[in-house]
Write a protein that binds this ligand. Structure first.
Ligand code: UT7
Length: 322
């Protein structure tokens, strides 16, 4: 049987750091409020001339270097993003060209903050179906472009960045199993209304910014993630005692703690980067994973739960032996 395993990870965070204190120049807020309610201390913000493809490219280079792999050895590229550089072509096809790959398939997927876990599951299925042996999966986001910098309810939460992962075919798992879900009913709780494909009359009043009812999203996220981790453990037939680390989506430290409490996992077994990165949407899980691997917190053989929840709503995760 063929499984997929993580060969290497990579990351890129833009140089510019915006602290909570810096945000007080845009609206009425405080470092204390943001830290207490979210756990966030700072976020990285892309330079004016950087695109989400640039961020993806730099994270991909880092992953290829860590894997000691030439880009020509890849069979597929999937980029998870909801802040693509162009409406089309995809960031993935631009990345394929810039990395100098063969004419391998490359496409973007859009599942907002769950984008990376969606992409990882798709990549795993390509490998299990023997349609690819090595897949580059990237989560790349430039959320600073879609924030309303006068809205303290959303602008404090997000940051820019990209994380990458190279999956390779293996005779042992690797990825034990994944679970994906979506529910479009409550789209207005977290959305950017009226995109390029909306009716012309609505496009006139197009808002390019994120709108979020934070308190409502918070409640749905806590409830949904508790159910998700139960479903993952059950579907993979793995007990929580066998899990070494939870690598959660980094939206809010209180949401992360609630999932950890639900699982009865001590916080030492939870990877937290939301304090330094804020919410980088599809980049958040691979950035947290890369941080923990590069800092030798997660080691070969460790069992991990990856999970995410975001706009759509979408949610999902995987159980992995690194
Ligand atoms: O990736 C998944 C997507 N997003 C999320 O998971 C986000 C989920 N939601 C959250 O993380 C939290 O709901 C927030 C951090 C966004 C907000 O925290 P909260 O504890 O739910 O606060 P709230 O929205 O209920 O607001 C409480 C108070 C309000 O004032 P009043 O009405 O009580 O006087 C807000 O106006 O805090 C006020 N407030 C702020 N004050 C200082 C809201 N934002 C700020 C701010 N600074 N930045």
């Amino acid at each position: 049987m063929t499984f997929s395993k993580i060969l290497a990870t990579g990351a890129y965070l833009p140089e510019k750091i915006l602290t909570n204190q810096d945000l007080t120049q845009y609206f009425d807020t405080s470092d204390e409020w943001i830290r207490t309610r979210t756990g966030i201390e700072q976020r990285h913000i892309a330079a004016k001339d950087q695109s989400s493809t640039d961020l993806a490219y730099l994270a991909a280079l880092d992953a290829l270097e860590s894997a000691n792999l030439n880009a020509r050895e890849l069979d597929l590229i999937i980029v998870a993003t909801s802040t693509a550089e162009h409406h089309f072509p995809s960031n993935a096809s631009q990345l394929q060209h810039r990395l100098g790959c063969r004419n391998i398939a490359a496409f973007d997927i859009q599942a907002v903050c769950s984008g990376f876990v969606y992409a990882l599951n798709i990549a795993d299925n390509f490998i299990r179906a023997k349609q690819a042996k090595r897949v580059l999966v990237v989560g790349a986001e430039l959320f600073s472009n879609v924030l309303d910098w006068s809205d303290r309810g959303t602008a404090i939460l997000f940051g820019d960045g990209a994380g990458a992962c190279i999956l390779e075919a293996s005779s042992t798992p690797g990825i034990h199993g994944s679970v994906l879900h979506a529910d479009g009913e409550q789209k207005e709780l977290l959305w950017i209304p009226n995109g390029i494909g909306s009716p012309a009359c609505q496009r006139q009043t197009r808002s390019p910014h994120i709108h979020m009812q934070g308190r409502e999203v918070f409640k749905v996220a806590v409830r949904t993630l508790a159910n998700l981790v139960n479903e993952l453990l059950e579907s993979c037939q793995i007990s929580i005692e066998d899990i070494d680390f939870l690598v959660p989506h980094q939206a809010n430290l209180r949401i992360i703690k609630s999932t950890a409490e639900h699982l009865k996992l001590p916080m030492e077994k939870v990877i937290v980067t939301v304090n330094k990165h804020a919410n980088t949407s599809a980049a958040s899980v691979p950035l947290a994973l890369d941080y923990a691997i590069k800092n030798k917190i997660i080691k070969r053989g460790d069992n991990l739960i990856l999970e995410a929840f975001g706009g759509g709503f979408t949610w999902g995760g995987s159980i992995i032996t690194y």
